[in-house]
Design a binder for this molecule. Structure first.
Ligand SMILES: [Mg+2]
Length: 339
């Protein structure tokens, strides 16, 4: 875990950069461009370069990759009409770069999107990025697996099982037991094949009911008050250090859980893939672009970019789905509604 990672303000733009070049780079952003971004940039914290300079027109082939939870939808709630309508009016192809698996994403995003009348196609990079599906909503809902990645095959079965035992032992520690009224509802460890999700309050297998939502609310309040997840994350990172050479890293997942992911087969994967497939500028929009957040791999991808040109990926931190709509509009990616 890179503890030097910058904590980002809500709604900020980040780009590839060489640390220390901020002063020079900032001068590359014109006043007009600052106006465009003024609600989204905190100049005192912004890391930028001329990479960030926004050109609304031209032939540049652009795409946007969107996180789902709290970026396209309210937290753990289904897609709302307002966002579905925005997606229908996008000028650029959109892709999903999400932590959930197909079941979760279908329930939270794909099915409501179809119900709201979206008729088109998009690709979804799920389970934190490396598992790719093609989704065709033009006639009913058709989802085809394009690429699969299995963590167990990558690490080897024996190591994978050892890792899972360490996770269970961590959950069993007295210091990580959750006091009432919180209780475990559903599975604590969820193997999504390309990643493992660890949820100390459990993850229900069915759609979240009122009780599960109350349980999540209680956990969020407890976590904010006691720093539970930060402590858990630090402990688990130490315990799993032996797997770092396999590329394992651990981040906060959503609001109540942790993600165990293999570096490169994370949210950086869709960015790399889309650039290889010919997109010239790719924007990522997410609500957890901070150290330990489940969008952090995007920042790492940008930071570690080694090309002759600056990294053509921009990352946008948002606080909720309405901020995402605002960001898409400011990036000139949305057609105006028909009169
Ligand atoms: Mg999110």
């Amino acid at each position: 875990m890179n503890t030097n990672q910058h904590e980002l303000p809500l709604c900020s733009f980040v780009s590839s950069v060489v640390k220390g070049s901020l002063a020079v780079a900032s001068r590359c952003v014109s006043d007009e461009q600052r106006d465009i971004f003024k609600d989204h940039i905190n100049p005192t914290r912004m890391i930028t370069s001329d990479q960030l300079v926004y050109t609304p027109a031209g032939s540049e082939k652009r795409a946007v990759v969107l996180d789902i939870d709290n970026t396209l939808t309210p937290p753990r709630r289904p897609l709302q009409q307002e966002m579905a309508d925005t997606l229908k009016r996008l000028k650029v192809p959109f892709f999903l770069g999400a932590g959930g698996d197909l079941r979760l994403v279908s329930e939270q995003f794909i099915e409501p999107l179809h119900e709201f009348g979206y008729r088109g196609t998009f690709d979804a990079f799920l389970c934190n990025g490396p598992t790719r599906y093609h989704c065709d909503l033009s006639r009913g809902i058709s989802v085809t697996l394009v690429r699969h990645f299995a963590m167990k095959e990558h690490m080897g079965a024996e190591k994978f099982e050892r890792m899972m035992k360490i996770v269970q032992a961590t959950l069993d520690r007295e210091e990580f037991r959750l006091p009432p009224p919180m209780r475990v509802i559903g599975d604590l460890i969820i193997d999504r094949e390309s990643m493992v999700n660890v949820a100390p309050i459990g993850r229900p297998r069915e759609r979240l009911g009122d009780e599960a939502h109350r349980n999540r609310d209680a956990f969020r309040e407890f976590d904010a008050r006691t720093g539970y997840r930060r402590r858990f994350l630090a402990h688990l990172t130490r315990e799993l250090a032996e797997f770092a050479p396999d590329g394992l890293f651990i981040s906060l997942g959503g609001e109540t859980s942790f993600d165990l992911v293999i570096r490169g087969n994370d949210k950086g994967y869709p960015l790399k893939t889309l650039l290889e497939e010919g997109f010239e500028r790719v924007w990522y929009i997410g609500d957890a672009l901070f150290a330990g957040g489940n969008d952090e791999a995007v920042l790492k991808y940008i930071e570690q970019w080694k090309g002759p040109q600056p990294c053509p990926v921009g990352a946008v931190q948002v606080e909720n789905f309405r901020a995402t709509i605002g960001a898409l509009q400011k990036l000139d990616m949305v057609h105006l509604p028909a009169e």
